[in-house]
Each structure stands twice: as structure tokens, then as C-alpha cells.
Design a protein around this ligand. Structure first.
Ligand code: IPM
Ligand code: MN
Length: 358
């Protein structure tokens, strides 16, 4: 987008502690926009579990077209204890990813200074890689069904769909991203399971080989997903950028998330990189309903998501400034990244990041 025009951000605070952490992301946005001199406006949307329980709708008619008009969406969290699992996930989060064709799920994995990792003898220099997860296909596409449901002969299918277009656009974006990231490794690792998924992941493999030819400056690499899980724990410093399928990307980014200090830190972007595309940024933590209103939840992930939003919206300098500020706060102020153990409450962490921006 044009950096001069007013950026328009749709805010979905969502459920549980979502609105509390989103508020801290917005606090940091306000402060950084004043420092770097850009303008923005926000509009709130009340989508989530409470609205669903009230109206029976996850996304009201016309909501997606309304959201499409925004430059970006900032999401707190969805997930409500009184709503059956799957309804909000499918009806809200996945619906937005699919309808807005956010075909990249970008998940940076960076251990900030002062943050504890469960890996012994590993520090910030060792845990610094990025997972690029395909975000619109695979077993997530909702293709399948039941036969003879609730009988002894019941059959269920859940089909993984992979398309040439879908994997190629994701793989190409990952190569471009690796080039821009320009780390000394300059390596893109395809994570899949070509030894068993001999159709779908053969398509990914062949596409990866084809696209790699366009990027002679990037080292193409391959790991089976099971081996990747071992390496990520044993040798996380091996990785630069990983590109992977939707389902495997979901799983390995929870593993990766815990290496970087957990759900209070990890953030993700659901990106539609096409011109005019609307991307959505979220902390990975979930709604943590039991902590609602206690102001003990860690907003670093949400602030991190705001930094990613700005990076994708033409404000790279502000995004970088927020990254520096987060690292000052984790490195010199916070006692822990766990809810209730930070040494500060949610708003105080937001204030500390704002202070550190200057
Ligand atoms: C994530 C979440 C979602 C996913 C769920 C909530 C549908 O786990 O963003 O990783 O599986 O993609
Ligand atoms: Mn997940």
C-alpha cells in the first residue's frame, strides 16, 4: 500500500483475553505512529463467541466484503468455553483466511533476549527462523464426509486437497521472503512427507524443484516433517526459512512457538500478498478465557502481531522499532513470559514497550 495514505485497520478483539491483548497492540500502534508520523484509523468488529451465542452467526452477511475494504485486520483471539469446538474456528478464523485468500501463514520463530526456552544450552543466536505455512488448502479445506454415521460401519473421510497454483504461489513467496531476509544461510527448507504422501507431497516436491531454479542464490533444502521435529529441538540453528503445508505447518509452529517462549510471545500473519489483498495478524495464544479481566495475560504476542501488520503495510521502520522495543522489555524488565508471572500486569507491559520505543 501507499505509505502516505491513511492506513485502515479492522480490529476484531474477539473472545476471552483477546480484547485485553489487542488493546496493548493498539496502544503501541498509537505511540509508534506519532513517532514515525503516519496516520491510521481503526474500526471495531464484535465478531466472536459472545456474538455467536447472541445471534447464532459467526460472520454476519456482508462482513467479509466489509473487511475486504480494510488494509489489514488485527485479531485478538477467538475461542469461547460455551461454544462447541470447531464452530468459531471454522466459521470465523478459517472462513476469513479462505474468503480473503490469505494464502500465506507467516510465523517468525525468534527467541528474544531474556526469554526462557525449554531447550537447554540454546539462546537467541540459535533460535531465529521463520515458518511459511500454506494457509488455504490441505486437510483444512473441509472436503470429506460421513457414511453410515453413528453405526458400527461408520466411515469418515477428510480429504487433503493440494493444487499446483496453491503450492506454487506459497513456495514462490517463501523463496522471495528468504531472499529478502538475506540471512547468511539463505536456505529454504521444504518440510513435507514425500515418502508416504506420494501424490500430494510429490506435487509440492516437484513444484519446489521447479521454482528453486528461479532462485539460484537460495539453497533449496528438504526435511521430512518427523525429522524436522527432531532437528527443531536438537539443532534449531540449522533453520533459516521453512515452507510447508497447512496441516504440518499448524503442528510444527506450536512446537516452534514453545521454543521461542510460548504463546505469550508467538505471533502470526495470515497474508494475502496480492495487490489490494487484506491480511490478518494475530497473537498465537488463543483466548485463555480463565484469565479474562484479570490483566495478567502477556500482550507481547499481540504487540508482535502489530509489528508484523506494520511490516506488511509499508511501515517497516515502525515494525523494526517495535521489535527493538519488545527486546528491550523482554531483556531487561520482564521476569517471565507466563501469564501472571511477568512481574507486571498486561497494561504495564504495553506501557513499557511504548516507553522503550523512544
Ligand atoms: C492456528 C490455530 C488454527 C489452525 C485453529 C484455531 C483453526 O491452531 O492458527 O494455528 O489450526 O490453523
Ligand atoms: Mn495451530
Amino acid at each position: 500500500m501507499n505509505a502516505k495514505k491513511t492506513m485502515r485497520i479492522a480490529v476484531i478483539g474477539g473472545d476471552g483475553t483477546g480484547p485485553e491483548v489487542a488493546a496493548e497492540g493498539l496502544k503501541v500502534l498509537k505511540a509508534v505512529s506519532a513517532i514515525d508520523g503516519f496516520s491510521y484509523e481503526t474500526a471495531d468488529f464484535d465478531f466472536g463467541g459472545d456474538r455467536y451465542l447472541r445471534t447464532g452467526e459467526t460472520l454476519p452477511a456482508g462482513a467479509v466484503d466489509e473487511l475486504r475494504k480494510f488494509d489489514a485486520i488485527f485479531l485478538g483471539a477467538v475461542g469461547h468455553p460455551d461454544v462447541k469446538p470447531g464452530i468459531l474456528e471454522k466459521g470465523l478464523l478459517l472462513e476469513l483466511r479462505f474468503q480473503l485468500d490469505q494464502y500465506i501463514n507467516l510465523r517468525p520463530v525468534k527467541l528474544y533476549p531474556g526469554v526462557e526456552t525449554p531447550l537447554r544450552d540454546k539462546g537467541p543466536a540459535d533460535i531465529d527462523f521463520v515458518v511459511v505455512r500454506e494457509n488455504t488448502e490441505d486437510m483444512y479445506c473441509g472436503v470429506g464426509g460421513f457414511l453410515k454415521k453413528h453405526t458400527a460401519d461408520e466411515v469418515a473421510t477428510q480429504t487433503a486437497i493440494y493444487t499446483r497454483k496453491g503450492c506454487e504461489r506459497c513456495i514462490r513467496w517463501a523463496f522471495e521472503f528468504t531472499r529478502k531476509r538475506n540471512s547468511p544461510k539463505k536456505m529454504l527448507t521444504l518440510v513435507a512427507k514425500t515418502n508416504v504422501l506420494t501424490y500430494g507431497h510429490d506435487l509440492w516436491w516437484r513444484t519446489f524443484q521447479d521454482v528453486a531454479k528461479e532462485y539460484p542464490d537460495i539453497k533449496p533444502d528438504y526435511n521430512h516433517v518427523d525429522a524436522c521435529c527432531m532437528w527443531m529441538v536438537k539443532n534449531p540453528e540449522y533453520y533459516d526459512v521453512i515452507v510447508t503445508t497447512n496441516m504440518f505447518g499448524d503442528i510444527i509452529t506450536d512446537l516452534a512457538g514453545i521454543l521461542q517462549g510460548g504463546m505469550g510471545v508467538a505471533a502470526g500473519g495470515n497474508i494475502n500478498p496480492d495487490p489490494g489483498g487484506t491480511s490478518m495478524f494475530e497473537p498465537m495464544g488463543g483466548s485463555a478465557p480463565k484469565y479474562t479481566g484479570q490483566h495478567v495475560i502477556n500482550p507481547i504476542a499481540a504487540i508482535n502481531a502489530m509489528s508484523m501488520l506494520l511490516d506488511q503495510s509499508g511501515q517497516a521502520k515502525s515494525a523494526q522499532r517495535i521489535q527493538q522495543a519488545i527486546q528491550k522489555v523482554t531483556g531487561t524488565k520482564m521476569k517471565s513470559q507466563a501469564a501472571g508471572k511477568m512481574g507486571y500486569n498486561t497494561q504495564q507491559i504495553g506501557d513499557l514497550v511504548v516507553e522503550a520505543l523512544k
